[in-house]
Design a protein around this ligand. Structure first.
Ligand SMILES: Cc1cc2nc3c(=O)[nH]c(=O)nc-3n(C[C@H](O)[C@H](O)[C@H](O)COP(=O)(O)OP(=O)(O)OC[C@H]3O[C@@H](n4cnc5c(N)ncnc54)[C@H](O)[C@@H]3O)c2cc1C
Length: 294
């Protein structure tokens, strides 16, 4: 695009759709986004998509959630999306952000022992696709993210160099580069959950003023003893969620996390409150302690 669209239609509310929708809106174009699932970021936990929807609506983006486009056509120089019972939408630009598929057909992969399918090139835990043949990145159909591809590259290099190594996809971090960022790591739901709001952070006055209106938050998910997942909305959330990524990956006990000192005044302080909330949820399911009998 060489000019800001007058009105852009975005088909798909995944990471690419929401990032592009916000960018064009903030450049001054009108934007309408259509997502077939009930929430934005449908592969993530519902509350994350809901909170991001609030941000995008505040930006002035029209959201059509739980609405599927039945057909698209061009008419009088415009793109028209037919939304069935929800009517039609028109715009001078249409961005189709409904995902990517591997191109594996008709290039003779079967001749080198690779049985590619709709997901891409199947690999084992060492990323081996066939005899002396490895695959990394989106083509493996495993978490189509740059950092996952880079990690797989490291694993393959180790294996080729004779240091056997298996890929482990526990706690893969995902970051959506909207403003504020939406980030997630590990599982998307868990037995216990604890949430803290960014607006409640005991930060300096400057921070408090800046984020008092924010709907940012951190949710931690746990099995009772350790974190299993986490998601957050907030400035640079992709950075401070990495504490949770490491905790999930290293199976750090919740009691150690609770005893970890978070610096003042940082976004990381939100962990203190989220852990309090999480521990409260866990305690509520345990046997009550009879204090008088002690
Ligand atoms: C708009 C957008 C934004 C994204 N943002 C992020 C982000 O912020 N963070 C993140 O982690 N990930 C992001 N991703 C995903 C990220 O781009 C991919 O996970 C990453 O590029 C995968 O790397 P790859 O090397 O496996 O594949 P690719 O980067 O797709 O590279 C594959 C290359 O192979 C070439 N190719 C294909 N077939 C053939 C053939 N037959 N012969 C020769 N060449 C061929 C293609 O042209 C391409 O250049 C984004 C994706 C999109 C579309």
């Amino acid at each position: 695009m060489t000019a800001v669209p007058r009105r852009m239609l975005v088909l798909g509310g995944g990471p690419v759709g929401v990032e592009m929708a916000q960018a064009v809106r903030r450049f001054g174009g009108e934007v309408a986004l259509i997502e077939g699932a009930p929430n934005l970021l449908p592969r993530e936990s519902g509350p994350l998509g809901e909170a991001l929807a609030e941000v995008l609506r505040r930006d002035g983006i029209e959201l059509f959630l739980g609405v599927r486009a039945a057909a698209a056509r061009r008419e009088n120089g415009e793109y028209v999306l037919d939304l069935g019972a929800s009517g039609e939408l028109r715009g001078d630009r249409l961005l189709v952000a409904t995902g990517r598929r591997p191109r594996v057909d008709n290039i003779g992969l079967e001749t080198v022992g690779v049985n590619a399918d709709g997901r891409g090139v199947p690999v084992d835990s060492r990323l081996r696709a066939s005899e002396r043949l490895w695959a990394v990145g989106d083509i493996t159909g495993i978490w189509p993210l740059t950092h996952v591809g880079k990690y797989q590259g490291e694993v393959v290099a180790s294996n080729i160099l004779g240091e056997p190594r298996e890929a482990d996809y526990d706690a893969v971090p995902r970051v959506v580069f909207t403003d504020p960022q939406a980030a997630a790591a590990g599982a998307t739901d868990g037995r216990f959950s604890g949430t803290a709001r960014l607006s409640e952070l005991a930060k300096t006055e400057t921070y408090t003023r800046a984020y008092a209106e924010s709907n940012g938050f951190l949710t931690l998910l746990a099995d009772g003893k350790r974190l299993t997942g986490a998601y957050a909305l907030g400035p640079e959330a992709g950075e401070w969620l990495q504490q949770a990524t490491l905790a999930i990956r290293a199976r750090v006990p919740i009691e150690v996390l609770r005893d970890t000192i978070q610096p003042f005044p940082t976004f990381s302080e939100i962990y203190v409150e989220a852990l309090k909330s999480l521990r409260g949820q866990i305690a509520a399911t345990q046997q009550p302690v009879d204090v008088a009998a002690r």
